[in-house]
Ligand binder design. Sequence first.
Ligand SMILES: *Cc1c(COP(=O)(O)O)cnc(C)c1O
Length: 368
Amino acid sequence: MDVPTDIPIRVDLYSDTITRPTLAMREYMCQAEVGDEQLGEDPTVNRLQDMVAELLGKEAALYLPSGTMCNQIAFCVHCQPGDEVIMDKTAHPLHYEGGGPTPLKGILIRTVDGERGVYSARQVEEALRERSRYNPRSRAISIEQTSNMGGGKCWPLETIREVCEVAHAHGMATHMDGARLLNAVVATGISAKAYAASLDSLWLDLSKGLGAPVGGVLAGSKAFIEEAWRYKQLLGGAMRQAGIIAAAGIYALEHHVERLAEDHENAKLLAQGLAEVPGIRIRPQDVETNIVFFDVTETGMTTQQFIDRARYEHGVRFSKMNGRVRAITHLDVTRQDIEQAIQAARTIVETPHTTMRKQDRAAFQQAY
Ligand SMILES: *Cc1c(COP(=O)(O)O)cnc(C)c1O
């Protein structure tokens, strides 16, 4: 069955991963000085690593092909087989990283039931296992800033300090999945360094809202990064003239951080607009950064029907996560796009339900 390509995507709220490098970013990439990254001879990669180490107040940093690899390598460095990493039940490494810690090193994940992705020091204490030869060893905690499934919620600085204090008191390492750390920095005005201070390892993603095409940068102590290099090599993540792509990361850090505030404003605008559509359930006050979750079940449509109608009837692409509709704003989404998306949602809810042909939907789902 043909995918109905005649309905282009006009407004893409699917994810902040879909951003494309801007012309200025591409031009900057063209100019990058390069060398063999594995030999430590790529000046652009080295510069990006220095920038991120400095930004996060850590001794060293390592450029990696993806955020997923940043998480997986960090767990591999912190843990031995049979060790356990504590994280929230909604955390990315648990749901979207192919079960990585288990096949890679026999590492277990223990979940806690946080509030929109944020858990407390007390919950860490309760999840900790007694030291005994019978138990897996509780070895690390992982926190997600901002919480993706928590709707872009920012971990409060105080909570980060408290959970890290408990973890350290029990000899555990502390890790942050900082895929959207800079969204939290821009939203709260708290520096990346302050957020990073009590963490042994953390990373930020260049390929989400920052708009670079590839990569994440993992940071920590010199000893941590030396060991991380071993796993980068082992996993095939060591590259050659990677300065070409690392340059996009430098460009993003220099030009695309402050503008994240626009994405946050657009997300709020979207939430406020959607809140006025009958049958759509959303709490605009929950929107702190660039992620918006809403529930459409009171409209009589399923989440999938709403998403398909938005896509097919209006060219507005949302995604589905945890049974709800998710919208993410990013640098390829304008204020006018947000107004279009709100109008589309209103029209969908107000006009009679025209269920998409089943075969079109199947074809469409395959397409993304
Ligand atoms: C996207 C994401 C990752 C993984 O990053 P990739 O660069 O896509 O591998 C990890 N954690 C969170 C919270 C994310 O949103």
